[in-house]
Design a protein around this ligand. Structure first.
Ligand SMILES: [Zn+2]
Ligand SMILES: [Zn+2]
Length: 441
């Protein structure tokens, strides 16, 4: 059973391993019990010691670790300049961001440090829901998101307390999970959950949080590690396609439509080809631009089409990307062969056949990274080589489905369900089989 009787506090890594930063306080903060005057501060780190320097050159704090606490949670905030968001994704950018709660600065090594935000869980969730989704979204969708974000987070905290043994059969370079964070519970970017501060707080998100306060999704006596991604592409994916080689009953693949008939799932390469290159009916197959603009944050609307997408590479382009991303010189690329797919069509093992070298890439995210300057939208794609002339293909077309890993809840599909009048419980039970909503604080 989960052991959270009261609302827990969590620590969020805002910036990691940096050598300088500046922030501004608004309202009253305390450092070592003493009041810190409102204003701008630079953070420096020398020989393991963190120093705060104000605009007049005074140093109100110096230590291996500094904690700057608000006198009252809701009356003070701090702003950090130039935070990088969307790390390495196609929408990477820098923003100033405002946060509530405590700012903890921890020396990492002789001249670098990490910025950590410590806040009550529900306050964190408020910002997360606003960062992940447009707060104009339908209310039942926002409530759905409150329950899954809370469940996912508490499941991660429980895992930290009672770590599971590493089950993955082999080490995959660059493959990470939330276990990678040592100095804090979660990071602020897509790796964990997007947490972009408080600037866009909205009354309907507050209402959704209040109406679901302390509610989590449970399965077999545990809080569900409730994953979600932007758009499944028609069918949701298994956990093991993306992370450890283990699966959960509450993450059974589902067809993202009112008729969920496992008999009709694609079962071989030909059927996956037909599924990915067609536009089947699905909750997340929505053409309504107005609804999309109410669901997605502005920078996600730049993404355009994601239910079905196409990427074209010339031989030269693909060769160059693969060399940059994998470090392997394949020579001319002869073929890209899906060896193993998950339920949604996402490729788990992809064989790259080059004139000089042949290798297999495993796991969804590694495949998305290897085949794009940033990330492919998903690993659910079919490969169409251009074999018109010469001894090797002149280029490759990738036709794909969905955006993100596709495991658990499909955000676009869930929003469309809410728009059709479904309540948050029926949305949750559509995506998470064998689960039950429970209020734990
Ligand atoms: Zn993370
Ligand atoms: Zn979907």
């Amino acid at each position: 059973m989960p052991d959270f009787e009261n609302e827990p506090e969590i620590s969020v890594g805002l910036m990691e391993n940096i050598d300088k930063a500046c922030f501004e306080t608004v309202g009253t903060f305390l450092i070592n019990g003493k009041e810190l005057s409102s204003g701008k501060y630079n953070i420096l780190c020398k020989e393991d010691i963190i120093t705060l320097v104000d605009q007049s050159g005074n140093e109100p704090g110096a230590s291996k670790e500094l904690e700057i606490k608000p006198r009252f949670l809701n009356e003070s905030s701090f702003i950090i300049n130039d935070i990088k968001i969307g790390m390495d994704f196609h929408w990477e950018r820098f923003l100033d961001q405002e946060f509530r709660g405590t700012l903890k600065i921890k020396a990492l090594n002789s001249n670098s440090f990490t910025l950590i935000n410590i806040i009550p869980l529900e306050t964190y969730l408020e910002a997360v829901i606003c960062s992940e989704m447009n707060s104009e979204s339908p209310i039942e969708f926002l409530k759905t998101h409150c329950v899954i974000s809370r469940s996912w987070l508490l499941a991660q905290l429980n895992k930290k307390k009672y770590p599971v043994k590493q089950i993955a059969s082999e080490k995959i370079p660059g493959w990470t999970d939330s276990q990678k964070h040592k100095d804090f519970d979660v990071c602020a970017d897509d790796h964990c959950q997007r947490y972009h501060g408080i600037k866009s707080i909205n009354p309907s998100v507050e209402k959704a949080l209040k109406e679901t306060r302390g509610e989590v999704l449970m399965s077999e006596g545990e809080i569900c590690d409730a994953r979600f991604s932007k758009c499944c592409g028609g069918i949701t994916e298994r956990f093991s396609t993306c992370w450890e080689d283990t699966d959960f009953t509450f993450l059974t693949p589902v067809m993202d439509s009112p008729e969920n008939n496992p008999q009709t799932y694609p079962a071989n390469e030909k059927e996956f080809y037909d599924f990915i290159t067609s536009k089947p009916g699905a909750f997340c197959n929505i053409q309504d631009k107005k609804l999309l603009s109410r669901i997605l944050p502005d920078f996600d609307q730049e993404t355009g089409s994601f239910f079905r997408w196409t990427v074209n590479y010339s031989q030269q382009e693909l060769k160059k990307i693969l060399l940059e991303k994998t470090g392997i010189d394949f020579g001319n690329i002869m073929d890209l062969i899906p060896v193993l797919r998950g339920a949604s069509g996402r490729i788990i093992n992809l064989r790259i056949v080059g004139q000089m070298k042949e290798t297999e890439i495993k796991k969804e995210l590694e495949i998305r990274k290897a085949l794009s300057k940033t990330h492919l939208y998903s690993s659910a794609f079919v490969v169409i080589p251009d074999r018109n002339e010469g001894s090797f293909p002149g280029g490759f077309t990738l036709k794909g489905a969905g955006w993100g890993h596709g495991v658990g809840l499909c955000q676009i599909g869930a929003a469309a369900m809410a728009e059709k009048g479904c309540d948050y419980a029926s949305i949750l039970y559509h995506y998470f089989k064998n689960s039950l909503i429970k209020k734990i604080y």
